[in-house]
Write a protein that binds this ligand. Structure first.
Ligand code: NDP
Ligand code: OXD
Length: 317
């Protein structure tokens, strides 16, 4: 690609110069700018962003497309000055495959009683626990989108009894589909291991609370329900997670995303014996793959073909 509109790179917490160098290498002949340089703002048609400062995108009057360098766009839609141009989220196997690894790993960790056995090991205790079969365990995935479907299929491949919950009904072989508010309780009641891969939207905010945990199956083969969240922290109530763990409504949890990140050092989640914490790493953006995906979209866009994976701001994802 030898010419065309310029691209500005705005990434917080990641190595912005490295991203800019990478785009310059992949898009020779194009203006590549790095926020906060707005000296050639008029020449910028595209923005590649991850958690940009609110208001930053509004500095570019000729912006045509915003490419988010991750799947979740809540941080962008929260900006009241966000330019009214298509916002494209990242959908790529380099994000989907690691997310499924994380989900499968955490499901297996709880299913195979790993937390109990590591405690027994510390105590030098030889104590076999009954191991249920995968088919006895209901895994429920909230959010049957790009990431949820892939994880659901991989878990079904391991023999788990998998269901998904989404806004619209789905037909996926081997996965039971539940949709909308009307089917939510039925979905929760058949779930031993709940996996959240939901985006943060006004409708999903605070959804995983005590009343939700209380509806999960408690008399299942794991002796209690498990909660796994790799979607967004805003969809959960962390005080309620701790209360539900202590009240026996939850038997364990694996959490990658938090209401506030980094998780406060004083949070009791850090040292809860039945909680596994990871620092928002379930699926990290791969620079090479993300740049390739964006360049393919720019090529299509400039050829007059439709952009893929455009966010619907009214739905918030
Ligand atoms: P998608 O947009 O493909 O899927 C979102 C799913 O959530 C869809 O199935 C959608 O339903 C469902 N959904 C949205 N709102 C509701 C609602 N109110 N009730 C029921 N279902 C709802 O997103 P992805 O699968 O690509 O990504 C999901 C999220 O994962 C991202 O938004 C991001 O926050 C998070 N993420 C976290 C990462 C990490 O490292 N921890 C890495 C990457 C992403 P429908 O299908 O009907 O539209
Ligand atoms: C994402 C994320 O949204 O990393 O891609 O959380």
């Amino acid at each position: 690609m030898a010419s065309g509109g310029g691209l500005v790179v705005m990434v917080r917490d990641w190595d912005q110069p490295a991203w800019a160098r990478h785009f310059a290498k992949c898009l020779p002949g194009r203006k590549i700018a790095e926020w906060p340089d707005i000296s050639s703002a008029d020449a910028i048609a595209y923005a590649a962003v991850w958690r940009p400062d609110p208001g930053a995108l509004a500095e570019y009057p000729n912006l045509k497309v915003i490419f988010n360098l991750g799947a979740g766009v809540d941080h962008l839609l929260d900006d009241p000055t966000l330019p009214d141009v298509p916002l494209v989220r990242l959908v790529d196997d380099s994000l989907t495959a690691p997310m499924s690894e994380y989900v499968v790993f955490q499901v297996l960790l709880h299913f195979r009683r790993h937390l109990a056995y590591s405690e027994f090991q510390r105590q030098k205790r030889w104590k076999p626990l009954r191991q249920p079969r995968a088919g006895e365990v209901g895994v429920g995935i909230m959010g049957l989108g790009t990431l949820g479907v892939d994880a659901a299929k991989k878990l079904a491949g391991l023999g788990f009894d998998v269901a998904g919950w989404s806004r619209s009904p789905k037909t996926i072989e081997g996965i039971a589909s539940f949709a909308g508010d009307a089917q939510f309780v039925d979905f929760l009641q058949r779930t031993d291991i709940l996996v959240s891969l939901l985006p943060a939207t006004p409708k999903t905010k605070g959804l995983a609370d005590r009343s939700l945990f209380a509806r999960l199956r408690r008399d299942g083969p794991l002796g209690g329900a498990i909660y796994i969240n790799a979607g967004r922290g805003a969809t959960q109530n962390e005080t309620d997670i701790l209360t539900a763990l202590d009240a026996g409504e939850l038997a364990g949890a694996s959490i990658d995303v938090f209401e506030t990140e980094p998780l406060d050092a004083n949070s009791a989640l850090w040292h809860h014996p039945r909680v596994v914490i990871t620092p928002h790493v379930a699926a990290d953006t791969d620079r090479d793959a993300a740049a390739l995906a964006i360049i393919a979209q720019i090529v299509n866009f400039e050829a007059g073909r439709p952009l893929a994976h455009v966010v619907d701001p009214a739905q918030g994802y």
